[in-house]
Design a protein around this ligand. Structure first.
Ligand code: ARG
Length: 295
């Protein structure tokens, strides 16, 4: 498949900005319940393999110059490796998660404790307990001009307003309509949060939200079915590198045509839980320097 790339998009220099990520080892990873269509508790999970795959992702981030902090895994919480769902940090202001399902509820407690203790490391300025259900970066994609927010399966619309109130950012609500793409981060990837470049899979969104995306992001990379089903949009972009699962060949080629460096990670075991690269990665976004020193 050939990809036509507008020249103004193609010729941009791609610059990495060092990031700070929070991740949780898959020490207790398992599929013991099914809360999304990808999970089948009858299939065996190879935890050692999951650990090796997750470790390769951590190593890739560190090799690219990013800082990775680790959250202690808790026995009995088999989805805790999916750290993106635990909290959302924007400008040093943190909104804790409130999970939609009882099976994951206790993860929010572990994340809250980590942010309460270590927020000082990133100039944390506020730590808010959520009122409405929100699964954090599973449904919040933070760009420089706007936060994109998914709803329809997990995160409640009321949580979009909570994040807007906490951060003062515009929050743009997008409706997810396909249960296989139950979180925003399996339907849309942030390639560069400084220049607001994204990739997404249109059929995951309602017609109205597709129109909003087309209008706001005319230069977006569009993923095809095979990309989306390979979890290709569950990717992490740092402005230059895009860390993404193997198997999203069309998306990878489209990104490379725009000058991104694709770092492919095999996440086959984690996919048994319905998650991949981005699901494993919570980004800690410190206060912007122009806002002055945090308290
Ligand atoms: N099994 C987890 C769940 O269904 C997977 C979460 C994936 N995380 C994500 N950010 N999409 O909740």
């Amino acid at each position: 498949m050939t990809t036509t790339v507008p020249t103004h998009v193609q010729q941009q220099p791609r610059r990495v900005r060092p990031r700070h990520y929070l991740m949780c080892p898959p020490t207790w990873f398992d599929v013991t319940y099914a809360i999304n269509p990808w999970m089948d508790p009858r299939l065996p999970v190879d935890r050692e393999r999951a650990y090796a795959q997750w470790s390769a992702l951590v190593a890739a981030y560190r090799a690219a110059g990013h800082r990775v902090d680790l959250l202690d895994p808790v026995p009995g919480l088999p989805d805790m490796v999916f750290a993106a769902n635990g909290a959302t940090v924007v400008d040093g202001r943190t909104l804790g998660a409130r999970f939609a399902t009882s099976q994951r509820a206790a993860e929010a407690v572990a994340h809250r404790a980590w942010h309460a203790r270590f927020g000082v490391l990133y100039g944390g300025r506020a730590l808010a307990d959520p009122v409405a259900v929100n699964e954090a970066e599973g449904d919040f994609a933070v760009l420089s001009s706007v936060v994109l927010a998914g709803y329809g399966f997990r995160t409640n619309l009321a949580a979009h307003a909570e994040l807007a109130a906490l951060t003062g950012r515009e929050v743009l609500s997008l409706e997810l309509v396909d249960p296989r793409f139950y979180h925003l981060d399996v339907a849309l990837a942030v390639l560069d949060s400084d220049t607001d470049q994204v990739a997404y899979y249109p059929p995951a969104f309602s017609a109205r939200s597709q129109a909003v995306l087309a209008d706001r992001f005319p230069d977006a990379v569009l993923a095809d079915d095979a990309d989306a089903y390979a979890f290709g949009l569950n990717a992490v972009g740092d402005g230059r590198n895009v860390f993404l699962p193997v198997g999203a060949g069309h998306l990878r080629d489209a990104l490379e045509a725009r000058g991104y460096v694709c770092v492919e990670i095999d996440t086959s075991e984690l996919l048994l839980g319905g998650g991949s690269v981005k699901c494993c990665t919570q980004e800690i976004r410190p206060a912007r320097s122009e806002e002055g020193d945090p308290r």
